[in-house]
Every structure is written in structure tokens, then in C-alpha cells.
Design a protein around this ligand. Structure first.
Ligand SMILES: O=C(O)C(=O)C[C@]1(C(=O)O)C=C[C@@H](O)C=C1
Length: 430
């Protein structure tokens, strides 16, 4: 893999810190120099009186916030991102050495790139035409396989956190991010739902990959010598039943990602520890497979979203899915969710997913109830996926209606559904 090792000026810093409305400033780079800037942030209050236009510009603005009547919620989103960018830009001086070359002290196989961290993020150097795809984890993680399935022949860029993968795209270090949102056994990956709202990337596709877990340990170690099993919490949840049988006395500990757990065992020569990870991780980090296929359900599948700075133009010539997020205010009544869902039901639009998250700005509302005391309502932000393209009138009409019932509505993306049979995925990828 091509090493990305370059020092370049971090002149994005003052722009973002002093001008929050320009947080979506777009930079193009030629030979590592910034050559153009464009800003697209505040294009809210959009409605669909005549449907969505066919040009990219029309669609881009339609994918910005559709309506935001909750100014404070908006501000907190802006504030949150500004804070993160400030953290990213917290380098002590303007020039950063972004090195993805493995350090020499690391005794895992040479040639493996190190994940990006918060402190590595700075404007990207020129990188030719190869698409660069950020994922969370290290090589051998399932997310790397998902990035490869989503964008064959791309360059996968490991990031140490989900947030860093979002920022890598926003700061033009990567062109796309591929991040997990749900697993058939472990359920939703809530962190990424929250980050979708906090950041301004667009969903441009989805990929689903079968997740085939192995129990890995150093060569020669037996399963009955394992005192500790480490892995990503999702992977541990997906193998709970098998681990109870295979290593009943072992402590179970969470790790950043599956492959990093394998790497950690190899790097530290831990003979009492096993990792739940992929067969590819075993190969990359020189571990043996103690048990194969240990997911508690053979049909274990994780769904990943493909994210980009710009939306794609929705089409009708193949099955599309659209993802939205909305919230309502107290005065909009108690049956908002029912009304929203019926806007889709009456138009025969199937919902494929609904997820609720605590409202970012106001998670709990306290209501005085006379002499009885106070009621504490939890406030939610709802994420809905539905099976229709935003190029279809029925989807546009449904959203126009949803807009009437809600105080905040944003289209996260309208994108082709992953219709690929799982069997087409090469086994070494999972
Ligand atoms: O740790 C990894 O290998 C990942 O890619 C992360 C992740 C997740 O977040 O769900 C991805 C797929 C599997 O469901 C298990 C873990």
C-alpha cells in the first residue's frame, strides 16, 4: 500500500476556528497545495414544491437541511463540529507529519499501515486518481473488507475512531468513508447514527457483508489456556454463546476493533489472550485460528454506509433507499411518530429501519403536572430508512408531509440498495 507521508501546511485551522459558517469549506489539492475553496453550509429551509431538480446542484441543496425550526439544536450541531475541528486542529504548530508508515518498533508484519488518529488529521496531499476510503480499524478489520467491497481497487485508509473517518472525508484526506451502522445479531451501532447528524457527509450507498468470526491466539496456545478474550464489542456480542462454550472461564474485554485486538496479542506476545477477529487478521498478524465460524448465527451480517462529501443524484432505474432524520417539538403533539409513519404507509413506501436516539440538545424534558409532581419525558431524534428514491414523486410528497409534522428534517442520502448476493464476496474478504 502506498505510504502517505508528507508534511504540509495546516492553514485550514484559522479559517474553521474564526469562521464557523465556513466549516464545510472544500479544498482541492494539487501537489499538496490548496488551490480552491468553496463553502456550502447554510442552505436550509428547503421544500419540494416542484420536485427535486435533476442537476447535481439542485440535488445537493435538497440534501442540505430541509427545515430547521429549532435554532438551538442547529447551533449545538455547529458547536459540536467546531469543537471537534478545534480538537483536530490542536497541533502545536502549523506543519504536521502525517505518516502512515508502520513504526519500526512495531513487530507485526511490515507494510501494514497505522490508523489515522485525531492528531493526524490535516489537509490531504495530492493522491492521483485512486479513490481513498476511510474506515475505522486496522487492516484485517471487517470494515476494511466492507470498504473493499464498496469500492474495489480503492486505497483503504485506517482510522482509529469513527469520528476520525468522518473528518478524514470532510478534510479531503479521504474521498469516502465506509462505516458500520447495524448488525443482524448485535443491532445498531449508535455512535455512527449520532455522528451522521453531527457531520455533514451524505450517504451515497450501502454494503452488507457476512461476518465470519474466528477465535485467534498465538501459535501453539491451546483454548484451555486462554484467560482473556478481547475484541470489538459488536464482535463479542455476536459470539457470546460460542465464547461461553469455548472459553467459559475467560474474562471478556472490549477493544477498538477486531483486527487491532489480534495485532495487540501479536505485538505483546500475549499467550493467555485470544481475539475474536477475521481469518485475514490471523494471517496478517501471524496468529493461529483456534475456532472458525464462531458467530452465534451463521447468517451474521453487518450493514455499512458509504459516505461522501457530495450526494449522488437519485435515480429510478434500480432499487433505491432513502435515509432521513427528524425531530419534533413539544407543541407538535404526541402522535408525531404515528403521523410521520403514516405519510409513508399511505404512499405504499416500505420502511426498512427506524432508530431513535436521545435528542442531542434536549434529551429530557421536565413537565410540571400540578400537585402530582413532575413528569420527565425523554426526547428523541428519529432515523428512518425507506425503500424509495428521492427522484420519485411519492417520496418527495411523503417528505413534504413529514416536514409539516416535524421541527427538523434532514435527508441523509438517497442511494442504491445493496442487492448483491452475499455468496459473491470472496471468503478471504470476511
Ligand atoms: O472491528 C471490526 O473489525 C470492525 O470492522 C467493526 C465492526 C462493527 O463495528 O460492528 C464491524 C463489523 C462487525 O460487526 C464487527 C465489528
Amino acid at each position: 500500500m502506498q505510504a502517505v507521508s508528507s508534511a504540509f501546511s495546516c492553514d485550514l485551522k484559522p479559517l474553521i476556528k474564526t469562521n464557523p459558517t465556513a466549516k464545510n469549506a472544500r479544498f482541492s489539492h494539487v501537489n499538496g497545495k490548496r488551490v480552491s475553496v468553496r463553502c456550502s453550509y447554510r442552505s436550509e429551509s428547503f421544500s419540494f414544491p416542484n420536485g427535486v431538480g435533476s442537476s447535481r446542484a439542485d440535488w445537493q441543496s435538497s440534501c442540505a437541511i430541509l427545515a430547521s425550526k429549532v435554532a438551538s439544536a442547529e447551533n449545538s450541531i455547529i458547536g459540536g463540529l467546531a469543537d471537534q475541528v478545534a480538537a483536530v486542529n490542536g497541533h502545536s504548530n502549523g506543519s504536521v507529519n502525517l505518516s502512515l508508515v508502520p513504526s519500526e518498533t512495531n513487530n507485526v508484519k511490515p507494510g501494514l499501515v497505522q490508523p489515522l488518529t485525531n492528531t493526524d488529521l490535516s489537509p490531504a496531499p495530492s493522491h492521483g486518481s485512486t479513490l481513498r476510503v476511510a474506515y475505522q480499524g486496522v487492516p484485517g478489520a471487517y470494515s476494511e473488507a466492507a470498504a473493499g467491497k464498496a469500492y474495489p481497487n480503492s486505497e483503504a485508509i485506517p482510522c482509529d475512531q469513527f469520528d476520525v473517518a468522518f473528518q478524514a472525508v470532510e478534510l479531503w484526506i479521504a474521498d469516502r468513508a465506509v462505516l458500520p451502522v447495524e448488525n443482524s445479531l448485535g443491532g445498531s451501532i449508535h455512535r455512527n447514527y449520532d455522528l451522521l447528524l453531527r457531520h455533514r457527509l451524505h450517504i451515497v450507498g450501502e454494503v452488507q457483508i457476512p461476518v465470519h468470526h474466528c477465535l485467534l491466539a498465538l501459535p501453539g496456545v491451546r483454548a484451555d489456556c486462554i484467560a482473556r478474550v478481547i475484541s470489538h464489542p459488536q464482535a463479542l456480542a455476536q459470539t457470546e454463546g460460542s465464547l461461553n462454550k469455548l472459553t467459559p472461564r475467560a474474562a471478556i474485554e472490549a477493544f477498538h476493533d477486531t483486527a487491532a485486538a489480534a495485532e495487540y496479542i501479536a505485538t505483546n506476545n500475549l499467550r493467555d489472550t485470544a481475539a475474536v477477529a477475521s481469518a485475514r487478521a490471523a494471517e496478517l498478524y501471524g496468529l493461529q485460528i483456534l475456532a472458525d465460524g464462531i458467530q452465534d448465527d451463521a447468517g451474521n451480517v453487518t450493514r455499512f454506509l458509504m459516505l461522501a462529501r457530495d450526494p449522488i443524484i437519485p435515480r429510478t432505474d434500480r432499487p433505491f433507499k432513502t435515509s432521513i432524520v427528524f425531530a419534533a417539538q413539544e407543541h407538535q403533539g404526541t402522535s408525531v411518530l404515528f403521523k410521520v409513519l403514516s405519510a409513508f404507509a399511505f404512499r405504499n413506501i416500505s420502511l426498512t429501519k427506524i432508530e431513535s436516539r436521545p435528542h442531542h440538545n434536549c434529551p429530557v424534558r421536565v413537565v410540571e403536572d400540578g400537585s402530582v409532581g413532575t413528569k420527565k419525558h425523554f426526547e428523541y431524534t428519529f432515523y428512518v430508512d425507506f425503500e424509495a428514491s428521492m427522484a420519485e414523486a411519492r417520496a418527495q410528497n411523503a417528505l413534504a408531509e413529514v416536514q409539516e409534522y416535524t421541527s427538523f428534517l434532514r435527508v441523509l442520502g438517497s442511494y442504491p440498495m445493496d442487492m448483491a448476493p452475499w455468496s459473491t464476496l470472496p471468503s478471504e474478504d470476511v
